[in-house]
Design a protein. Structure first.
Length: 330
């Protein structure tokens, strides 16, 4: 499995170290066409890195809605043509590029797929959960469209987590189990990308080929880093359990995302604090820098997910759905 850390190039324009990590393929990134002006500058300044390109349709539609505008068919065609031109101009800089997808409208999404193919492109097809937010009623999802996709394409994306309420493991497991049963029963080796999904339970439960998320930057921006659970006896890092989100900077209190700085959370618990310090030393992360520098927290998150991937790719069973995850994680 590969993780595309969304927005690295967009964010990394201010940090040459991040851009060099992209060029060395130490990390991979998904970028949105919505930020195409910034992307073009990044392509010009750094001539060798590549990206997974998302259409940015959700951001575009959301922006239009916020401005009180109604998206017309002409608007959609204009956006599509602009997207196609961008892809053709920078196709050698793209690992993959997604279809122009519309959450909640599978027919329109399929139509855009066909139009992009007619233009000589091979976009990644997208199937979205499109129930109401938090709605666990999977029968409302039009799985007939997924059935059509798995019969025709070798690599497809599952999405809808951002707008469809799939952040809950409970809801995602209902949708994911149903979707992956269709994928597994099609009789073909179909690779699956998960949009906006780096939840550890979700990454472990299903046999993803790739996933993406902005967790790496959103958490770091508020002073939070991911660390593995440690074995009580050996202190060894365990990567098949839900990681801890550790506040390593006072900036974390701005959003009150966790109880507070880890030194306060574990006050008096010298054994746990020692494990935390040993972990960061082992991955060459400067704890003093993490207090004040977002980039050092970003590096810590990259290293957590890199270690998670190595563990997952080595030990993940060949089956599509691993329900043992429920017992392992909770």
């Amino acid at each position: 499995m590969r993780i595309y850390h969304a927005g690295v190039a967009n964010y990394g324009m201010s940090y040459p170290e991040l851009m060099m990590m992209l060029e060395r393929k130490e990390v991979y990134t998904l970028e949105s066409f919505w930020y195409r002006a910034r992307l073009e500058k990044a392509f010009e300044r750094y001539p060798t890195f590549k990206i997974f390109l998302d259409s940015g349709a959700y951001s575009w539609d959301h922006q239009m809605t916020m401005q009180g505008k109604t998206v017309t068919e002409e608007d959609e065609i204009e956006y599509l043509n602009s997207y196609i031109r961008f892809i053709k101009k920078y196709e050698d800089r793209l690992y993959v590029y997604a279809n122009l997808d519309f959450v909640g409208d599978p027919e329109k999404t399929m139509m855009m797929q066909e139009r992009m193919e007619a233009a000589g492109l091979n976009p990644l097809p997208v199937f979205h959960y499109h129930g109401k937010q938090g709605d666990p009623n999977i029968e409302k999802v039009h799985f007939k469209y997924l059935e059509r996709l798995v019969e025709k394409y070798d690599y497809i994306a599952l999405g809808g987590g951002v707008s469809g309420g799939l952040f809950s493991y409970k809801y995602m497991s209902k949708f994911g189990d149903a979707a992956f049963k269709i994928i597994d029963s099609c009789g073909r080796d179909v690779k699956i990308h998960g949009f906006g999904l780096t939840s550890v339970p979700v990454m472990l439960r299903y046999n993803w080929f790739s996933v993406d998320s902005t967790n790496w930057i959103k958490s770091a921006a508020f002073g939070i880093v991911y660390i593995p659970v440690f074995d009580h006896k050996t202190g060894e890092a365990i990567y098949d359990k839900i990681p801890k989100r550790l506040c390593v900077s006072e900036i974390g209190r701005v959003k009150d995302t966790v109880a507070g700085h880890y030194s306060h959370t574990y006050v008096g618990d010298k054994e746990t604090i020692e494990k935390i310090h040993n972990y960061f030393n082992s991955i060459d992360i400067d704890m003093k820098k993490m207090e004040t520098e977002s980039l050092e927290r970003v590096r810590a998150n990259f290293k957590y997910f890199d270690a998670f991937l190595k563990n997952r790719n080595e030990f993940y069973p060949k089956g599509v759905i691993d329900k043992r995850v429920d017992k392992k994680l909770f």
